[in-house]
Design a protein around this ligand. Sequence first.
Ligand code: ADP
Ligand code: MG
Length: 470
Amino acid sequence: MTEDKWSQLRQRLLKTIGQNNYTTWIEPLEFDVLEGGVAIFHVPTNFMGNYVSQNFADLILHEFNLSGEPVQRLSFKVASNSPVRPARAPERAEEPYLELADRNVELENSAPRAASATLGKMETLQAAPLDPRFTFDSFVVGKPNELAHAAARRVAEGGPVTFNPLVLYGGVGLGKTHLMHAIAWELIARKPDLNVLYLSAEQFMYRFVQALRERRMMDFKHLFRSVDVLMVDDVQFIAGKGSTQEEFFHTFNALVDQNKQIIISADRAPGEIKDLEDRVKSRLQCGLVVDLHPTDYELRLGILQTKVKQYGTSYPGLEIADGVLEFLAHRISTNVRVLEGALTRLFAFASLVGREIDMDLTQDCLADVLRASERKITVEEIQRKVSDYYNIRMSDIIGPKRLRSFARPRQVAMYLSKQLTSRSLPEIGRRFGGRDHTTVMHGVKRIEELKQTDGQIAEDVEMLRRALEA
Ligand code: ADP
Ligand code: MG
């Protein structure tokens, strides 16, 4: 790999990502060397390295591989005269998880290695590097995620296996992958000899199919049965994929039998994953199943404050006006990824134009994000979703019937209307067939109580809330 080749590659990147992105993010990268499948770059700031690795790494890797350079990972080093990186994790950040995966690949390939370009590409796909930013230190704990966090901490201690598997589930961008990586980092730090294998369900499937094709099933089985800790992210992906599920099931059982820890994530509760075999479901439900709830305002604000502290080291002197973070925490919905993206963009924008981050700049810079999150949930929408959910007619929710089978869903709908819209109690009452505001208040209270005592109601409300906020 030569400097020359890098500049050709850059030209292709320019075409793909456009001049603006290119100038801001790619141009300042200084290519250093390609070493053992790792392309090393110098970047002016840690922030920049993070940003590039988060947003453009796949693309850059792809271009490398297209150009015939088998690169598995990118590494960004902050030029030494730039602000120092945060203290935590970077040493280990340098330690490529890939090496671990590669060792395994080596193992698989003890037969003569079919050294072809395609193989190089496959390994790229398999690689599941751990993100150095995803540690427990950088994970902000709040009500919605405290249980998941506590469970993750416990497993990360690496003590005797108490709950197996640990299943973390929740909507997109709520920190599942972050927690999984944090567990892996922690385990590796505490017990360097432990063979921790983290991969997405997609990668699991990919390896499986590859092993089938190359008639190396024995190697595959051996490989997966020899790990100490198996982490499979986004397991919903294997739903409906017959033979992959089957193999996953066997791998799973073999490891559980050996008392090896398994950690799984999914975008919904195991029981609700469509096309997931019942035996897999029930296996998953055997362990500890905890969910990450949608973020609340406090958690969002906490996350923003933490991120600002991190960015601060990369952007010394950049000021944030009072109220901006609170505004963002209010306005940007539940997904932390969106929240982070907004903040990243704010910082980049402010530093480019050399301005303080105040409300004006925020409104300008984030107009699209703010507009997207403006979508308001209406009482009618809630009534419709709730009636669908309970399989009754919308007119029964609004109408006067006092039957229990209508009254309870009606109260759920009232409760959600209070929670998810800015309507007042009288306004809500009017939309429920002209009921009095005290009726609405009673309904809301009733559901609040029931949520504490009746698991089914709590689950219904949560499901509905998710569906509405999606
Ligand atoms: P998921 O896998 O659930 O879709 P991720 O783990 O990828 O979500 O999280 C999305 C982004 O939000 C990541 O950058 C992650 O670091 C961040 N994030 C999510 N939850 C938290 C949290 N509680 N504290 C700090 N960062 C978080
Ligand atoms: Mg994820």
